[in-house]
Design a protein around this ligand. Structure first.
Ligand SMILES: NC(=O)c1ccc[n+]([C@@H]2O[C@H](COP(=O)([O-])OP(=O)(O)OC[C@H]3O[C@@H](n4cnc5c(N)ncnc54)[C@H](OP(=O)(O)O)[C@@H]3O)[C@@H](O)[C@H]2O)c1
Length: 172
């Protein structure tokens, strides 16, 4: 089974992640970290992130999978119709890179979260707050504080992992 990793930058105060199809901030180190973590792996995103954030340009040196209900085609990317189709992969690591609708649906399956918590007030039109409601399922294993933002790594706790394995066993 691949490791499923949710990677997101989130405003601490209100959970904003996007503003008119773009990130509400410019943090070069965050983009660098995103590239380092995802390079040579598979990235999974929603159609809006592909269209507005990436401007329909695939992330280089990564397998790009886009989820859409529409019949789409583009060079250098793969379109699938559902999250489960995107997760049906032999790749060792699958990075869920947004946006909010995909993050929400992925939360049940995520093994690790690589979050950039952006401090300060930001306005926007897309929010992802649900991760906070699920924190009891995860352990915070690393924090790297920077000026006005921090990197936090969460892994699904042993307890919830064991529970998931048991459920998987029941239905396999
Ligand atoms: N801060 C961050 O780390 C970060 C990261 C990524 C994106 N963002 C921001 O997030 C915003 C976009 O997020 P969003 O929630 O509006 O859009 P999104 O999740 O990027 O894309 C939504 C689209 O994905 C498709 N989709 C979602 N679930 C599906 C399913 N179960 N089956 C089939 N298709 C499905 C649908 O496409 P169709 O309509 O084609 O069916 C849907 O309209 C942007 O502002 C972007 O900048 C922020």
């Amino acid at each position: 089974m691949p490791e499923i990793i949710l990677i997101a930058a989130i405003a601490q105060t209100n959970g904003v992640i996007g503003d008119r199809g773009k990130l509400p901030w410019s943090i070069p180190e965050d983009l660098k970290r995103f590239r380092q973590l995802t390079l040579h792996h598979t990235v999974i995103m929603g159609r809006k992130t592909w269209e507005f954030d990436l401007q329909k340009r695939p992330l280089p040196q990564r397998r790009n999978i886009i989820i859409s209900s529409q019949k789409c085609q583009a060079d250098g990317v793969e379109f699938v119709r559902s999250l489960s189709q995107a997760f049906d992969s032999a790749d060792p690591k699958l990075f869920v890179i947004g946006g909010a609708s995909i993050y929400r649906q992925a939360l049940d399956f995520v093994d690790r979260m690589e979050l950039t918590i952006v401090e300060g007030d930001y306005s926007g039109d897309v929010f992802f707050l649900e991760w906070r409601d699920r924190l009891s399922e995860f352990e915070l294993i690393q924090i790297e504080q920077r000026d006005k933002y921090r990197f936090e790594t969460y892994v699904r706790s042993e307890k919830t992992l064991a529970w998931r394995w048991a459920i998987d066993g029941l239905y396999s």
